[in-house]
Design a protein around this ligand. Structure first.
Ligand SMILES: CC(=O)SCCNC(=O)CCNC(=O)[C@H](O)C(C)(C)COP(=O)(O)OP(=O)(O)OC[C@H]1O[C@@H](n2cnc3c(N)ncnc32)[C@H](O)[C@@H]1OP(=O)(O)O
Length: 312
């Protein structure tokens, strides 16, 4: 299975009229390109192109004989430029929006000579970029599976990202603090209370829940840069695919939500589905049941596997 990082060098003018040279990196998994149907996976906020294999962040879904079966498909995943996985960082992160990332991914596909995709799958921010791509190129994919995301950032999510921005722009452990706040948005009160039961860590003199949050803050700080996190937060804050053009998307669409998601509430995703259903035949809605909230798309693999198996 091929897993090395590949590069496409492209020139790009942002919607804000800034010129950039972008070394767009990507990974391929499974069958050789053009020998099989291609599935594009768009990664989420702190993810990267390494979706499958030993360290793959979605290895429970993507691999040989997994639900996204690399013995049948070619799986392609671009790195969001500036995520730092390929050491490329962007200083002026506000130059970019998810619409720009969608343009860059579309340009990447064009350069690779990929005219059509079997499917686009994306969780959270990655799904939002998927919406933006398909609004720009409505015939690109046969199937679209946005998971725990919507075609736009709604007010509540925008507000949480604003708090993240404040934390990221102060000097005392900015990334760790922003991650701690984010972890609380990714979960629910029930998820935390049920798991930690107010247990106290005698050695560390703090609640186990506090220790868990500090662990995650430090863990992200070790593998992610502040610049990248500022960019990703800014992108999450600005998903905005044109609502009037969603119905033009030709792909069979399967919107997957999590019943307890605080970031992209199931109610919003259901509303998007219901509006589309008035205009389109080939749109479907699935809901994951979980106490874990937004993180369920990285935890509830039994349910996700069953849903995706019936779609592909
Ligand atoms: C907006 C968007 O685009 S969403 C995308 C952003 N989302 C994310 O980044 C997901 C954030 N959530 C996580 O990272 C979560 O850990 C998940 C969802 C991947 C997994 O959740 P859980 O199954 O509950 O795992 P948990 O968080 O407890 O632990 C993961 C690891 O941390 C370790 N760990 C957790 N708490 C502690 C602690 N207090 N001390 C030491 N280690 C700890 C665990 O041992 C485990 O290690 P391992 O992977 O080597 O086995």
């Amino acid at each position: 299975m091929k897993t090395e990082l590949n590069y496409i060098n492209l020139s790009y003018r942002t919607n804000s009229q800034k010129e950039y040279h972008i070394p767009l990196s990507y990974q391929l998994f499974g069958k050789d390109l053009f020998s099989s149907p291609i599935i594009l996976v768009n990664h989420a906020l702190t993810g990267n192109s390494d979706v499958s294999g030993e360290k793959g962040w979605w290895k429970q879904l993507i691999g040989d004989n997994q639900v996204i079966d690399t013995t049948q498909y070619t799986v392609l995943c671009f790195n969001i430029p500036g995520n730092g996985f390929d050491d490329f960082l962007i200083d002026d992160y506000e130059d970019f929006t998810p619409s720009d990332i969608a343009n860059i991914f579309l340009q990447g596909l064009e350069i690779l000579n990929i005219k059509s995709l079997h499917a686009i799958i994306g969780g959270s921010l990655g799904g939002g970029i998927g919406w933006e791509m398909l609004v720009k190129n409505p015939t690109l994919a046969e199937i679209f599976i946005p998971i725990a995301c919507d075609f736009k950032t709604h007010d509540w999510l925008h507000a949480q990202c604003l708090v993240q921005k404040f934390l990221l722009n102060q000097n005392d452990e900015p990334l760790q603090k922003a991650r701690i706040h984010a972890m609380l948005c990714y979960r629910t009160p029930e998820s935390l209370n049920d798991r930690f039961q107010n247990k106290y860590n005698q050695e560390k003199h703090r609640l186990e829940s506090e220790d868990w949050l500090i662990y995650h803050g430090n863990a992200l700080n070790e593998r992610f840069s502040l610049k990248s996190y500022k960019l990703m937060n800014h992108l999450l804050m600005n998903i905005n695919a044109n609502a009037d053009h969603l119905e033009k998307i030709q792909a069979r669409m399967h919107l997957i939500s999590v019943d307890t998601d605080l970031f992209f509430p199931a109610s919003e995703i259901r509303m998007c589905f219901e509006k589309l259903k008035e205009k389109k035949e080939n749109v479907f809605y699935h809901e994951i049941t979980s106490i874990h909230g937004h993180d369920a798309f990285l935890m509830e693999y039994k349910q996700l596997n069953t849903i995706i198996k019936n779609i592909l």
